[in-house]
Design a protein around this ligand. Structure first.
Ligand SMILES: CCCCCCCCCCCCC/C=C/[C@@H](O)[C@H](COP(=O)(O)O)NC(=O)CCCCCCCCCCCCCCC
Ligand SMILES: Nc1ncnc2c1ncn2[C@@H]1O[C@H](COP(=O)(O)OP(=O)(O)O)[C@@H](O)[C@H]1O
Ligand SMILES: [Ca+2]
Length: 563
């Protein structure tokens, strides 16, 4: 248990006309109602627990972590001078300074990992004391590294095209309250944000970058930032063996997209206000990034799903239905499920050895995850040894394994990929920053079996506990599709005068002529290459997030979110 730190200020102040003992330490602001006997509430803690680093609502005592205070403001005269017999009124009559109340805005936890901005006003017996409180709280806030200046990119076409509205109505007012200044750019076309970050953006001026949109918009941001770090650091992004340089700017995601899996899996909800508050308090969550290569040429980065077969086909089909908004994925999902294509190919992978954790674990990656911390340390130690003794370390990396077969889906999940469609995700025990990705192979099976597998993403049942599914935690993997049998086969499927016939076959699988190749779905973007080489880069980027928090006994019992 955390030790209560030294108190900086203790006073008797009033909250809604009741007397409270209010105290401030470096880590906590606490207000405890003065009563002769403690109020007993059958479901809530009876006494204040000042060492608990969160706001707690009991009938008796509240405490809020200083790191979760959004701002403090002095109340204007007319607001506070109510005829309620308070100290303020008395002092006003005596002609003294009327500014004797101050309001603290802070993070309040609601259901389903949502955060809200709550406020409490304290009335002081005299103006000088009010000043001391405001100054002391502001001094504590200044000691915390929170973002002051942010570069914001809005994709106006994400999801249901509400990005601008969400930002203006829900996020900008909170940034203003917290004193965060912003430079807002509404993108004009695809890759606008990526190219702006690569070349033009004056990154030194900012403490972070925020994207308003979906996973595709986030992908643009990381492509811009990672590329810039490598070019400035003289690292060749094309070479899969090169270790990439981390990007120092943190990234915030205001979810306004169609899947929002990166936001959901790092915060626990796809709620814009919650994400804005995580940005304001300056949270930091490291994250792994996969680099995808083809013949030593860099293709793309991925942080969530790299999917060939089912998810690649769903994406390809859904792009034609963009006008439908997020529902396009469900329609294409049903269509591709019925189409039931399988693809032949070879998967080779390097199992992650000597690390904590397994894709079949019951434990989940949560805020302050020990698995991520342990494996992150292990990988950076290994990288240092590797520089000293390349040969020994290559040997200790272990053996490549190879699997050939017919697959309905080949998925690499570098994080759980939890999203509203599947709150536990594609790989529920995957970690955000353990330096690995979970390689899920779904072999050819009946439609009924594949449906069982898909349905298990939405229930407590284990989607990997099926004889046609296997999962491996890996550091690196390659995929090569089975080449077409003959030139005429290739012609029939892909090229020339048979193109139309090929297309008909694709659309009418009953004729038995299925396409040879799928596409890779790389965080929601289609990859043109089929044969790829993928490497995980541990802790390459940082988000304004803290991972999903474990629900506490207090969260279970406190308010169900008024706003
Ligand atoms: C029967 C119900 C089965 C539900 C199975 C749900 C599994 C969902 C796993 C989703 C993983 C998502 C990983 C993230 C991908 C995103 O990066 C990426 C881009 O997001 P953005 O548009 O916000 O930029 N999103 C996607 O690629 C979308 C994937 C969505 C897949 C939806 C699949 C629905 C399947 C429905 C099958 C229904 C069969 C019914 C038979 C009668
Ligand atoms: N102004 C724009 N016009 C058109 N496309 C854009 C624009 N800005 C970004 N994009 C692209 O839109 C695609 C989808 O964006 P995303 O934010 O992921 O929305 P969604 O979740 O609905 O797919 C991405 O490929 C992104 O590069
Ligand atoms: Ca990972």
């Amino acid at each position: 248990m955390e030790r209560p730190s030294r108190l900086l200020l203790v006073s008797e102040l009033r909250v809604r006309n009741s007397a409270y003992d209010v105290s401030l330490s470096r880590s906590l602001l606490t207000w405890k109602r003065r009563t002769s006997s403690p109020v007993y509430h059958p479901f809530r803690p009876r006494f204040c627990v000042p060492s608990f680093p969160r706001r707690q609502a009991s009938g008796v005592c509240h405490s809020v972590s200083v790191s979760e205070i959004i701002s403090v403001r002095e109340e204007e005269e007319e607001n506070g001078c109510k005829d309620d017999g308070s100290w303020k009124k008395i002092n006003e009559r005596e002609g003294k300074d009327c500014r004797q109340a101050f309001t603290v805005l802070y993070v309040e936890r609601c259901q389903q990992h949502r955060w809200r901005c709550a406020e409490v006003s304290f009335t002081c017996p005299e103006g000088a004391l009010c000043q001391r409180w405001v100054t002391s709280i502001r001094e504590q806030l200044a000691a915390i590294s929170t973002p002051k200046q942010l570069l914001v990119y809005i994709n106006p076409y994400s999801g249901k095209k509400h990005g601008k509205h969400i930002y203006e109505q829900k996020v900008a007012p909170l940034f203003a309250l917290a004193g965060v200044t912003t430079h807002v750019i509404v993108t004009e076309h695809a890759n606008y944000a990526r190219d702006h970050l690569r070349t033009e953006a004056e990154l030194k001026k900012f403490d972070g970058v925020v994207c308003v949109g979906g996973d595709g918009m986030f992908s643009e941001i990381i492509h811009g930032l990672i590329w810039r770090s490598q070019i400035y650091g003289g690292v060749d992004p094309n070479c899969a063996d090169e270790s990439l340089l981390p990007s120092s700017l943190r990234i915030g995601i205001i979810p306004a997209g169609s899947t929002d899996c990166i936001c959901f899996a790092t915060v626990g909800s796809n709620d814009p206000v919650t994400s804005a508050l995580h940005i304001i308090v300056g949270d930091s969550q490291p994250m792994d990034v996969c680099s995808v290569h083809h013949n030593n040429t860099f293709l793309r980065y991925s942080v969530s799903l790299l999917g060939y077969g089912f998810y690649g086909d769903v994406l390809t089909d859904s792009e034609r239905k963009r006008w439908m908004g997020p529902a396009r994925y469900d329609l294409s999902g049903v269509k591709m499920f019925l189409t039931h294509h399988y693809y032949e190919g070879t998967v080779s992978y390097l199992p992650a050895r000597g690390i904590m954790g397994n894709p079949r674990d019951a434990n989940r990656c949560r805020s302050g995850c020990v698995v991520c911390q342990h494996n992150g340390r292990l990988i950076s130690e290994k990288a240092e040894r590797y520089q000293m003794d390349e040969e020994t370390d290559r040997e200790s990396e272990g053996e490549w394994k190879t699997i050939r077969g017919k697959f309905l889906a080949i998925n690499a999940a570098s994080m759980s990929c939890a999203c509203p469609r599947s709150p536990k995700g594609l790989s529920p025990a995957a970690h955000l920053a353990d330096g690995t990705t979970d390689l899920i192979l779904v072999r050819k099976c009946s439609r009924f079996d594949f449906l069982r597998h898909l349905l298990r993403h939405t229930s407590k049942d284990d989607q990997f506990d099926l004889n046609f599914v296997e999962v491996h935690r890996v550091r690196r993997f390659c995929f090569t599709p089975r080449p077409c049998q003959s030139d005429s086969d290739l012609d029939l499927r892909e090229n020339g005068k048979h193109q139309i016939f090929g297309q008909i076959c694709r659309n009418h699988p009953a004729c038995g002529c299925a396409p040879a190749y799928s596409s890779w779905n790389c965080d929601g973007e289609i990859l043109t290459h089929k044969a790829i080489d993928v490497r995980v880069h541990s802790n390459l980027i940082k988000l304004f997030a803290r991972g999903i928090e474990e629900p506490t006994v207090f969260d279970d019992l406190t308010n169900p979110c008024a706003i």
